[in-house]
Design a protein around this ligand. Structure first.
Ligand SMILES: NC(=O)c1ccc[n+]([C@@H]2O[C@H](COP(=O)([O-])OP(=O)(O)OC[C@H]3O[C@@H](n4cnc5c(N)ncnc54)[C@H](OP(=O)(O)O)[C@@H]3O)[C@@H](O)[C@H]2O)c1
Length: 266
């Protein structure tokens, strides 16, 4: 039996993502985060080991952002293999400097930020670019017209697809109406945004899941095996393209792939 996770389409973008992706907040930021325990940033060697293991297990999808401290720059420096081996999801709109988050959704800022992300990541394109919402999803879309800016960058081939990492159902639905993909929170203790996934199925759009493991608070998921229960819950929801789980622990990475594989290849 193959140990690789089979890739799946990200909506109609033409991009094939692994059902399990790797979130990289913890590659570059350990301040003002909501994980259960403090942690030290991984060394370069540990990051290379994680990325190599991820690739070997069939993970091709990585999620990063300017707000994740040094995550982008470390990926740019340490990513093993060819650029085309990976699907890189970036974000724009939030910055995190000296422990403080700031948000800017103006067109000029978005263009400059993406230029900077491309330099950091040592690449000339990003596969997916998501607006990094502060929670005011609908206003960001309607007032700042962010998707018009991203559409322009897509036509310039700087990004292949775009959408928003949303925090509201209304924002998720509006994103699907105007963009290729929405990233939403979804897990057994936070099932509220399921209508966004159901709509994505009807509209053939991509869905990325964040905070699948409740940001590490697995003890809040009432099940004998919370990891297995969560993977079952999420992957049994039609319409999920990729579940982006954050980890800097290679044993957890292996365990997560095993749990995903149990649901996906019964
Ligand atoms: N607004 C946004 O756009 C936004 C917000 C949040 C997250 N995200 C993206 O989504 C990704 C995932 O979200 P997240 O990091 O908040 O939450 P998550 O994936 O639900 O949880 C990550 C936490 O779970 C732990 N973990 C992973 N596998 C585990 C296992 N098998 N057993 C026990 N603990 C395990 C990790 O610790 P270890 O390192 O010890 O494994 C880490 O602390 C992020 O990395 C980021 O890329 C985006």
């Amino acid at each position: 039996m193959s140990t690789q996770l089979p890739l799946r389409p990200l909506g109609q973008t033409g991009i094939a993502v692994s059902p399990l992706g790797l979130g990289t907040v913890k590659f570059g930021r350990n301040q003002a985060v909501k994980y259960p325990a403090h942690f030290e940033l991984p060394t370069d060697e540990q990051i290379v080991e994680l990325l190599t293991t991820a690739r070997t297990l069939g993970i091709n999808t990585l999620d990063t952002a300017p707000a994740y401290g040094t995550s982008e720059a470390r990926l740019g420096q340490l990513l093993p293999g060819k650029r085309s081996d990976w699907v890189i999801i970036g974000k724009v709109g939030e910055t995190f400097i000296d422990g403080v988050s700031d948000y800017n959704f103006n067109a000029d800022f978005i263009e400059r930020s993406i230029e900077h992300s491309l330099k950091n990541l040592n690449t000339d394109y990003l596969d997916v670019m998501l607006i990094h919402s502060n929670g005011d999803d609908v206003n960001i879309i309607q007032h700042h017209r962010v998707f018009e800016t991203l559409e322009k960058l897509k036509s310039q081939r700087l990004i292949r697809a775009f959408g928003m990492s949303t925090k509201t159902i209304a924002g998720g639905l509006l994103t699907l109406q105007h963009a290729d993909v929405a990233m939403i929170t979804y897990n057994p203790i936070a099932p509220e945004e399921k209508p966004v996934i159901d709509t994505a199925v009807k509209q053939h759009k991509g869905i990325l899941i964040k905070k699948a493991l409740a940001s590490g608070h697995l003890n809040k998921i009432a099940a004998e095996d919370p990891l297995r229960a969560t993977m079952n819950f999420i992957f049994n929801t039609p319409g999920v393209s990729s579940v982006i789980v954050g980890t800097i622990n290679p044993a957890h990475l292996q365990e997560n792939v095993r749990a995903a594989r149990c649901v996906l290849t019964p």
